[in-house]
Design a protein around this ligand. Structure first.
Ligand code: ZN
Length: 499
């Protein structure tokens, strides 16, 4: 039996390495590749994805899983081997439902659509991207069909990013969030606005790079096992626990954007770097789900990065680097400025009090498109209407509207809700960390983040994908996903910032 288990491990590591090779090509596409390389790159990524998929549904793997069933029944449920088998059974059954030709066509389509989207966004030309987006949504409908019957057409798509999560549950949680967040927004809108005028203005690129590196090093991102590069849309990728890379986007006239997005991606990266060595290059050697991942990027970006304590320690470095711009700005004014609430057009630039509304808008559009209640051609206009309804602002062009995010071009439908779920989980985990580490605030104020990081590693990071998201949330907090801690955090923090 042990021979068979070792054979299974060898095979799943091969699949993992193929997938990580695709991820490396993808990283290169977004960081280094000249635009003309898109066609060939899409074909190369498609080839490797197909090989990974073929191995993942191969008779050989199926036979091994069949042979290992008795062992699976005997293993202790908290052992790594049990979790590995559970994970492989699940993905084998899922992948078996997806035809090889579909995988290849979808990878090819999204590979090319990425280049089309990037040019469309640059030229504000939604019409050129429209046929690609139509094809992507058609193909995602087809994908959901492979998993029929389902309660909701969105369920199979959501399940890819958030194992076990149902559309109805998310919509229920979002309903509570939307009502209370809109109410808070209305209340803050009636108070005098915070001045953040000193945040915009030219800050040279070299200085910004240095601060981004300092910020992520301070929270514990290990640059010996990682690197930072520039990309149109910031992201994190990993090829093993010792090679976890982040990207950022520097705006010369908006310095804090790159710093907070580096902290965000740094949070994702710390999670990946913290996965136990024994799980590396196995299907369990990565974060548990997107929402759990996002809970960590948001925790480091917002609960740590935008806190008075962290800024008390980091702001002097900003002042030192840019003395003419910030030398005369007091810490309290800076703290309030980076926590200013203002409905805006761009999701990745949105503040904590409005962010979830951007996410809900996208999820509603995705569902309406899948259900054919609207068409892709309608999107730019409906986008404007919904932005106006939820946030009271309207994009002047599609580059700032429907074309702003990369996700749909990459075929990632069902991804957006995980951002908001991540916010909720971040506050739930934070409450627990604060209870277990009584001097947490004081430590952060001194720039000592090791005990928080170690607490998170022990409770969460080291487990990788060994447990399902709902199991992890329960293990750490004792309950399920709950919007209350996040709403309490928002209400407390922003009523004080605007007091
Ligand atoms: Zn993220």
């Amino acid at each position: 039996m042990n021979d068979k288990l070792n054979e299974l491990k060898r095979l799943t590591t091969e699949i993992y390495d193929l997938r990580m090779s695709v991820a490396l090509l993808e990283w290169d596409q977004q960081v280094n590749m000249p635009p003309a390389g898109g066609g060939a790159r899409a074909a190369q990524m498609s080839l490797l994805s197909r090989q990974a998929h073929e191995l993942g549904v191969s008779e050989k793997l199926g036979q091994l899983l069949e042979d290992l069933k008795p062992l699976y029944g005997e293993l202790p449920p908290d052992s790594d081997d049990y979790a590995l088998l559970r994970n492989v059974y699940r993905s084998y059954e899922q992948q078996q439902k997806i035809p090889v030709e579909y995988v290849s066509e979808f990878t090819q389509t999204t590979g090319e659509a990425f280049g089309v989207w990037a040019r469309a966004k640059e030229k504000n030309d939604f019409a050129s991207f429209r046929p690609w987006l139509e094809k992507i949504f058609d193909m995602r409908r087809q994908y959901a069909g492979f998993f029929a019957p389902y309660d909701h057409i969105y369920d199979p798509l959501l399940d890819d990013f958030e194992p076990g999560m149902k559309t109805a549950e998310v919509l229920g949680v979002f309903k509570v969030l939307r009502d209370e967040q809109v109410e808070l927004l209305r209340e803050l809108g009636n108070r005098p606005q915070v001045d953040d005028s000193f945040l915009s203005g030219h800050c040279d690129t070299d200085g910004q790079w240095a601060l981004c590196r300092e910020a992520v090093a301070l929270i514990g991102y290990d640059l010996n096992r990682g690197r930072i590069d520039h990309a149109e849309h910031p992201f994190t990728t990993n090829f093993c626990r010792d090679d976890v890379r982040i990207t950022t986007h520097i705006y010369e006239d908006n310095m804090m954007s790159a710093i907070f997005s580096s902290l965000h991606e740094g949070g994702h990266a710390i999670y990946e770097q913290g996965v136990a060595k024994e799980l590396d290059r196995t299907p369990l050697g990565t974060g548990a789900s997107l929402a759990i991942h996002e809970s960590q990027s948001r925790l480091w970006e917002n609960l740590v990065g935008r806190s008075r304590e962290f800024l008390g320690c980091f702001y002097p470095r900003i002042q030192e680097r840019f003395p003419r711009r910030f030398g005369g700005v007091a810490l309290n004014d800076f703290y309030r400025a980076v926590n200013r609430v203002e409905p805006s057009l761009i999701r990745v630039e949105a503040d904590e009090a409005t962010y979830n509304l951007h996410v809900m808008l996208r999820m509603e559009l995705e569902i309406a498109l899948l259900e054919r209640r609207i068409t892709v051609a309608d999107l730019p206009e409906i986008w404007r209407e919904k932005m106006s309804e939820y946030l009271g602002v309207e994009p002047r062009n599609d580059s700032q509207g429907v074309l702003q995010d990369v996700h749909w071009a990459c075929g990632m439908i069902g991804y957006f809700p995980t951002y908001a779920l991540g916010n909720l989980i971040s506050a739930q985990i934070w409450e627990q960390a604060a209870a277990d580490l009584p001097d947490l605030a004081a430590q952060i104020g001194k720039g000592e983040l090791a005990s928080l990081r170690e607490w998170l590693t022990g409770k969460l990071y080291r487990h990788g994908a060994k447990y399902y998201p709902s199991e992890l949330v329960r293990m750490i907090t004792g309950g399920g996903i709950d919007p209350r801690p996040y709403l309490n955090y928002l209400n407390r923090k922003y009523r004080a910032v605007y007091s």
